[in-house]
Ligand binder design. Structure first.
Ligand code: NAD
Length: 504
């Protein structure tokens, strides 16, 4: 694995990043990162225990005084330097991300890494535009204004599907706003969060502003969420774990931001460009081997186009080249782990009892048999209330269902507990506009599915959580608003005092 990315050599000092340096975890337990493409060992490291979380939180707390007092311009300069260091490290970041996740190099080189650098540049600029929105004499006798202040130490928890981008989405708005942070990546995928934190230090961001603890959710994660010196929890992961995180965070009364699961619909009206919708469905369903919270998972196709859509989508899925993430020409890599592959396979196997697997539905054999691969899979004929339509599968599986009227299509699109993202495909501006209004999701695309951009917010409705990542909207999570009120009268006995004592 050393030629893919030399993880063992780069993290020989440990996989915790506390106060600007790598250290070993002290939980007494170890974890092995495995290359999902081959099943080979990438890195064995000591997991973080409660003591490591305490040390990271103490480092973040110590750094908060200086970092929160830095001027917006100073923080902005540091983030610009950070973006430059990341750009220098782009190939390293891409290879490490591909290795630990099984993502094809073209995805990490063209999406994960440039997206992260762009996010860093965005927050370098945004750091200088944090302003309270109100100043005026609202009472007549006072001047009121609003200060936006950082919250303190942020404790963040990230999933394994986009480890680098999730680290960026959590760390950048938090530190741009003057907070300091302790991030816990998923234990399966710590490499790029550590590289990201090292790049921050190299860019001159002070020690302790960015800390990484790599441990299990139950041990390091819950300790971080419940920590009394952590002022805010920002969590991205499954809805089930998010509920547990909310319970622990609520017990210590802290700010909470939850980015949870998704089950995005792709709604194809009968006037849509069928070829565009089928291509969009395949790309939207298979991006990151379907391990994307906004992936297209439920295609609803208006009856006149249904049969043609099923046929075209299956044919396109069969052209997707499944293979080693580091091999040129690979479109689709393995899932993140054999466990995740087996979970996905189990969903499809259960669906065989009530639906039809049009294509895929199996792991490839031959030279790919040791990896966590699964073929692009299209399922038709499932009922709306069935498991494959309602539950997050998180693999390269698209379910397709027909609908008749527009009302029915929109109702079906809204009919899961989730509300993270959706797309509608039509050439009719009124239908498109209706879909954007009536679909309950944090993002609605028209005639596309997946693109994200640093300037625009990402976040859920319903069981997909609340709060926003990316964009200036994320500052709503990572700042608190203070009302400051100045008396302008300079009189000792103010008119309102009579409500408490005396008559005038
Ligand atoms: P997960 O919920 O299993 O784990 C997420 C993180 O939580 C990991 O770091 C894990 O170690 C930690 N964790 C687990 N138990 C914990 C506990 N009791 N206390 C604190 N932390 C704990 O999710 P996953 O399997 O890593 O990732 C896939 C999920 O993430 C999917 O549901 C996907 O939709 C979701 N996701 C959502 C978004 C979004 O923006 N809404 C983005 C990416 C992924």
């Amino acid at each position: 694995m050393q030629d893919r990315f030399p993880a063992q050599e780069r993290f020989s000092d440990g996989a915790q990043y506390i106060a600007g340096r790598l250290t070993k975890g002290t939980s007494g337990a170890a974890h092995t990162v495995v290359d999902p493409a081959t099943g080979e060992e990438v890195l064995t490291y000591e997991l973080a225990g409660a003591g490591d979380v305490d040390a990271a939180v103490a480092a973040a707390r110590a750094a908060f005084t200086g970092w929160s007092a830095a001027t917006p311009g100073e923080r902005s300069d540091a983030l610009h330097r950070f973006a430059a260091v990341l750009a220098d490290r782009a190939e390293d970041l891409a290879r490490a991300e591909s290795l630990q996740c099984g993502k094809p190099l073209k995805l990490t080189r063209e999406f994960d890494v440039p997206g992260t650098i762009d996010n860093t540049s965005f927050f370098a600029g945004a750091a200088r535009h944090l302003a309270g929105q109100s100043a005026g004499e609202y009472s007549g006798d006072h001047t009121s204004y609003v200060r936006r202040e950082p919250i303190g130490v942020v404790g963040s928890i990230a999933p394994w599907n986009y480890p680098l981008q999730m680290a960026a989405w959590k760390i950048l708005p938090a530190i741009a706003a003057g907070n300091t942070i302790v991030l816990k990546p998923a234990e399966l995928t710590p490499l790029t969060s550590l590289l990201f934190a090292q790049a921050a230090t190299e860019a001159g961001i002070p020690d302790g502003v960015v800390n990484i603890v790599t441990g299990t959710g139950r041990t390091a994660g819950e300790h971080l969420v419940g920590h009394p010196d952590v002022a805010m929890t920002s969590f991205t992961g499954s809805t089930a774990v998010g509920k547990r995180v909310a319970e622990v965070a609520t017990a210590t009364v802290k700010r909470l931001h939850l980015e949870l699961g998704g089950k995005a619909p792709l709604l194809v009206f009968d006037d849509a460009d069928l070829e565009a919708a089928a291509n969009g469905a395949v790309a939207g369903a298979l991006i990151n081997t379907g391990q994307d919270c906004t992936a297209a998972t439920r295609a609803y196709v208006q009856r006149p186009l249904y049969e043609a859509f099923v046929e075209r989508t299956a044919a396109l899925m069969e052209t997707v080249r499944v293979g080693d993430p580091f091999a040129p020409g690979t479109d689709l890599g393995p899932l993140v782990s054999h466990l995740q592959r087996d979970r996905v396979a189990a969903f499809v196997d259960r669906a065989r009892g009530y639906a039809r697997v049009v294509t895929g539905g199996e792991a490839p054999q031959g030279e790919l048999k040791n990896g966590a691969y699964y073929l692009p899979t299209l399922i038709a004929g499932a009922a709306q209330d069935s498991e494959v339509v309602q539950s997050e599968i998180f693999g390269p599986v698209l379910v397709v269902l027909p609908f008749d009227g527009d009302d029915e299509g929109i109702a079906l699109a809204n009919d899961t507990p989730y509300g993270l993202a959706a797309s509608a495909w039509t050439r009719d501006v009124f239908r498109a506009n209706r879909a954007t209004r009536e679909i309950k999701a944090g993002c609605v695309w028209i005639n596309d599915h997946i693109p994200i951009i640093s300037e625009m917010p990402h976040g859920g409705y319903k069981a997909s959580g609340f709060g926003k990542d990316m964009s200036a909207y994320s500052f709503e999570e990572y700042t608190q608003v203070k009302h400051v009120m100045f008396d302008n009268t300079a009189v000792a006995r103010k008119p309102w005092h009579r409500t408490v004592f005396g008559d005038s």
